[in-house]
Design a protein. Structure first.
Length: 386
């Protein structure tokens, strides 16, 4: 099994890196692009949310399908969908068209993120879940984290359509890599068809990790949506500087995933998850104080550290659940929490921004994070170890 994961992880990690590099390109571009089409704070939240909500709705179905019929085909189809929608941004010249592209992109993403995580879960040796998910998540995060820098620089020098084209070609490269180099896992879990979504969601650990994903992704979604706007207004940063800002912090997050993954196999995962969530609450509470580039960097690195502390243990815990219920459906239900957090939180924050100012978005993230930490503790109260 260890030889299998050592051989296959680089293929899948490179594929996910290219795909997330492409998707990360849009992070510093979409808020400004949407505003040029007339989007206010609420519409900005809806446009960002569209992709995540569509993804969250479809995830349980794509996960169930992959448990029964295999991972490779649905993963490849999702990457092809991401490729097509990347180029479609160039023809989205209205708020409605942009929202439509985001919805289709979300549907395609539902076939990529949870399915790639399930694939890794299938080949991860028992007792090493944190280690390998930390390594995998590092490539996942660093791909998305490098995108803002590339997108910001390309948009400033060559235009936003060039950035969209690069995103499309990177997703095309990911699609071809999966199609050519990634083998199908032929052995299906015996449990793949026995459990319903109701059975899986009855698990306290699954509900706890769902709550964690909801809270951490709410913070991530609000930050991605409103940091470019806040950094431009509070510190006068241009697109390239915002891209550098996001890249520094997300790359830091990715580098910390590996040692954090090793810690998750040795220490209490429940404690690490709660520590990370409460740290993110503090981070979001302090973020409105930022008024310059280096203070933004310091506070965003703080958030990256707490996010890195909690993510590998949460992913490791859900892999253990997946061995009981089916890896695809379990990772999908868990990741659905991330989709809802990324989707709904920016809308709620957008309403608050329109009623108050952009700083209120980060207080919304802090409040959601605190509630989700409480929910995690409640659902896992009967599980000393996860």
């Amino acid at each position: 099994m260890t030889q299998s994961i050592r051989r296959l992880l680089p293929i899948l990690a490179l594929t996910v890196f290219c795909s997330n590099l492409g998707n990360g390109i849009i992070a510093p571009l979409l808020p400004g692009y949407a505003e040029t089409l007339g989007a206010n704070g609420l519409w900005l939240g809806i446009i960002f949310a569209g992709s995540s909500i569509a993804s969250a709705v479809l995830m349980p179905f794509t996960g169930r399908f992959s448990d029964k019929h295999g991972r490779k085909g649905i993963l490849a189809f999702g990457l092809l969908g991401l490729c097509v929608t990347s180029f479609a941004y160039m023809w989205a010249h209205s708020i409605a068209a942009l929202l439509a592209v985001r919805l289709v992109q979300g549907a395609a993403s539902a076939m990529v993120s949870p399915i790639s995580q399930a694939y890794i879960g299938d080949i991860t040796p028992k007792g090493q879940e944190g280690k390998w998910m930390g390594i995998f998540n590092a490539t996942f995060v660093i791909g998305f984290g490098s995108g803002p820098l590339l997108g910001g620089v390309v948009a400033d020098h060559f235009g936003v359509n060039t950035a969209f084209s690069i995103m499309g070609f990177l997703n095309l490269a990911s699609f071809l890599s999966v199609l050519v180099f990634l083998p199908e896992i032929l052995e299906r879990r015996k449990s793949a068809g026995r459990f319903s979504i109701k059975d899986i969601t009855a698990s306290g650990i699954t509900k706890g990790i769902f709550s964690f994903q909801l809270g951490s992704s709410a913070a991530r979604g609000i930050m991605t949506t409103f940091i470019p706007v806040f950094a431009a207004s509070a510190a006068g940063l241009n697109t390239s500087s915002i891209g550098v800002l996001l890249t520094i912090t997300i790359v830091m997050n990715s580098l910390l995933q590996i040692p954090s993954g090793a810690l998750a196999d040795r220490f209490n995962r429940k404690f690490l998850i709660v520590l990370g969530l409460l740290g993110l609450v503090l981070h979001m509470t302090l973020l409105p104080l930022a008024n310059g580039f280096w203070l933004f960097v310091l506070l965003l690195i703080m958030g990256a550290v707490f996010d890195a502390v909690s993510t590998p243990p949460a992913m490791a815990a859900i892999i253990k659940e997946g061995r009981n219920f089916g890896m695809g459906i379990t990772t999908s239900v868990s990741t659905m929490g991330a989709g809802l957090g990324m989707g709904l939180a920016p809308i709620i924050a957008g309403v608050m921004v329109d009623a108050s100012d952009v700083k209120s978005a980060f207080y919304v993230a802090a409040g959601i994070g605190f509630l989700c930490a409480a929910a995690f503790l409640f659902f896992t109260r009967r599980s000393e170890k996860i």
